[in-house]
Unconditional design. Sequence first.
Length: 56
Amino acid sequence: MSVNLAGPAYRVTVPACVLVATLRKKLKAEREARLKAEQEANEKKMWYLVIIFCIL
């Protein structure tokens, strides 16, 4: 039994799977970048609060 990788089903399915996987990786990278930026912003705000309370 052999599998015809050049058949019509594979010519559509394989590129579609690659496209979906690429889009998922891109979305995950964007989410992680946004989360990291939010965490850094929150950490920076926290330092400002600490400095203000030390001054008061």
